[in-house]
Structures are given as C-alpha cells and as structure tokens.
Design a protein around this ligand. Structure first.
Ligand SMILES: Cc1ncc(C[n+]2csc(CCOP(=O)(O)OP(=O)(O)O)c2C)c(N)n1
Ligand SMILES: [Mg+2]
Length: 330
C-alpha cells in the first residue's frame, strides 16, 4: 500500500495543524490586531496537505489570496506566518506582506498574491528557470476555480505545454468565486479538468476532501512531471466553510444554502480521516488526543510569539524608493 501508518500520521497531523492555526486566526481576528484581510481554508486542508507533503524543499510553490494552508503544507514556519499576519518584523516578509503576500524562499514558497490568476505565469516562469538550470525540481501553482476564468491561465498553460515544462497546476475547486457559484460562471456541462485536457496536457480530478485519494493522485502527477512528460493539471474538489474573506460563517446571506454547507461538513477531511485511522487500528483515540494536544502547544506558542514580537522599525515603513526620495528632499 502506498500509504503506511507513518505517512498517514503525518498527513493527519499536517491537516490538523493547518486547521488549528486557522481556527486560532478566526478566534483572534475580531481583536483587531491582524490588520490585513484573511481568507481562511477551513474545510480545504486535505488538498493543500496532499500536495505539500508530496514536495521537497527544493520544489517551488506559489499561491493566491488563500495561501495559509499552502504555506504550512509546504513546510512553512508557523511563527513566521502568524507574525506576518500580525504585521510584525519577525514575519516571513518582515511584516510588510500580511496574509495574502507570503513568501519564504527557505522552504521554496515563492510567493502568494491577491490578484486572481497572476501567480500562474510566475509559476510557469519558475518551471522554465528550473529547466534552464538543468534542475530536476518542479514548480507548483495553487489556485482556485475562479482562476480558470482568467486569460493569464490559458496563456500560461499553453506556454507550459509548448515548452513541456515541469509545472503542476493545482486547481482547488471549491465551486465558488466569492459569492458566485461555478454554475453562473461556466457552462453546467463543463468539467474544468476536461477543458484543460483539450489544451494538450495530462489532467485528472480527485475528491479533494479525501486525503489519501488526493495524495495518491498528486503522487501520480509528480511522477509524470519528474519523468519529463511535461505539465500536469490536477483538480481537487473541496469546499470552504467560512466566508470568502474573514472569520465568520456567512450562509445566512443567501448565496449558498445551509443544506449544501451541511452536506460538505459531513465530508470534513480531518474528522473522516480520524475515523478511518481508528478503524484501521493505526491510531487510537488516545493517540489522536495526544497528537492534537501537541499541535495545540505549537500553535499557541506561535500565536504568543507573533503577538509579542516587535513591529518593524519606522524606517522600514518606507520602500527604498520613498526613503531615497525623502533623503533627496531633506
Ligand atoms: C484579477 C482579479 N479579479 C477579481 C479579484 C477579486 N477576487 C478576489 S478573490 C476572488 C475569488 C477567486 O475565486 P477562486 O479563484 O475560486 O478562489 P477561492 O477564493 O475560491 O479560493 C475574486 C474574484 C481579484 N483579486 N483579482
Ligand atoms: Mg473558488
């Protein structure tokens, strides 16, 4: 079997870590100390984890406005991420980026941006760079279903296909772009992965709430990439539980039904995996309790670290450009 107890425990733990970090953000966000918009991935932890745990530190990844899970799944530093969200100098971008602009080259996390679709061409460019340097690593771009409605997506996929580049396009299809369901944005009959396949690359679709199915599908896609067979597009279906941006539930505003939400909650990637691992006899409820409480300690420590870290010095409030123009006028 591809997945053994050790790997299963790692997959479970990473999903739980991501969930606890984001629940911690949601809990504290109303305090007003995180002064940036935050887009949470609660409910979507499996897709990020399946990809992140399949990559090595030398593989490169890029993300979007909803980047926390991707950064943490790729091995990102929890303290550095939370400090960034709190605008502190200890953040991975020294507090200048905030939630939507995470970058940490130490773990191959090359950046995330809030402009829908704009990290896709950068990911393709990184793949071209890897190829030109003769490196065997791959470039991975995470994005949502909404990104497949951007022109940059088509230009990028086309270029990657023509150049046979080692880039993995990871589409987390949560069926919504803000308040617009996929059904009002694309023809009902369209399957995104089928449409992309017609552009000349290998594609697949997987239940993105099933961590083991997702992990296996990602492994297949990476084998394809690492054998030099060109780019690959993987669609992982999933669902965000909270509002598009912010810490609250927003089902009451009417763009999606409570029934739909409840049906996805039943497919909670973490709870369902817990049950599976207990059923298999790989973990006992006591093991899970211990794993969860160890994670809790790490997460709480990271929040205290971020909250008690310093803000960047005032001089860093200026870019070099402004600093030098101020000097010129002094
Ligand atoms: C070019 C551009 N258009 C619109 C927006 C506003 N916007 C921010 S997030 C978002 C939704 C994107 O949906 P999707 O790609 O499916 O990602 P999800 O939020 O579902 O994870 C939109 C439209 C933007 N940031 N950039
Ligand atoms: Mg979406």
């Amino acid at each position: 079997m591809l997945i053994d107890k050790k790997l299963a425990t790692a997959l479970y733990s990473r999903m739980q870590l991501i969930r606890r970090v984001e629940e911690g953000i949601a809990l504290r966000y109303p305090d007003g100390k995180m002064r940036c918009p935050t887009h949470l991935s609660i409910g979507q932890e499996a897709s990020a984890t399946a990809v992140g745990l399949s990559l090595g530190p030398q593989d490169l990844a890029l993300s979007t406005h909803r980047a926390h899970a991707h950064y943490l799944a790729k091995g990102g530093d929890i303290r550095a991420m939370l400090s960034e969200i709190y605008g502190k100098v200890t953040g991975c971008c020294r507090g200048r980026g905030g939630s939507m602009h995470l970058q940490d080259k130490a773990v191959g996390f090359m950046g995330s941006t809030a402009i829908v679709g704009n990290s896709i061409p950068i990911g393709v460019g990184l793949a071209l760079g890897l190829r030109l340097k003769g490196l065997k690593n791959v470039s991975v771009v995470f994005f949502g279903d909404g990104c497949t409605e951007e022109g940059a997506f088509y230009e990028s996929v086309n270029f990657a296909v023509v150049r046979n580049l080692p880039v993995l396009f990871v589409c987390e299809n949560n069926f919504y772009s803000v308040y617009s369901p996929l059904s009002v944005r694309q023809p009902e009959s369209r399957k995104i992965y089928k449409m992309v396949e017609s552009m000349g690359l290998a594609t697949s679709i997987v239940d993105g709430n099933d961590i083991e199915a997702s992990y296996s599908a990602v492994q297949t896609s990476l084998r394809h990439l690492r054998s030099g067979l060109g780019p690959y597009f993987i669609e992982l279906t999933t669902y965000r539980w909270l509002e598009h941006c912010g810490p609250n539930f927003d089902n009451h505003i009417g763009y999606r039904s409570q029934e739909e939400f409840e049906s996805w909650k039943l497919k909670d990637p973490i709870k369902s995996y817990q049950e599976k691992l207990i059923e298999r006899g790989w973990l006992t409820p006591a093991d899970i309790k211990k794993l969860n409480s160890d994670i809790e300690i790490v997460v709480e420590d990271a929040f205290s670290y971020a909250e008690t870290s310093d803000f960047p010095p005032e001089t860093e409030a200026y870019t070099d450009l402004y600093a030098s123009s101020l000097e010129a006028h002094a």
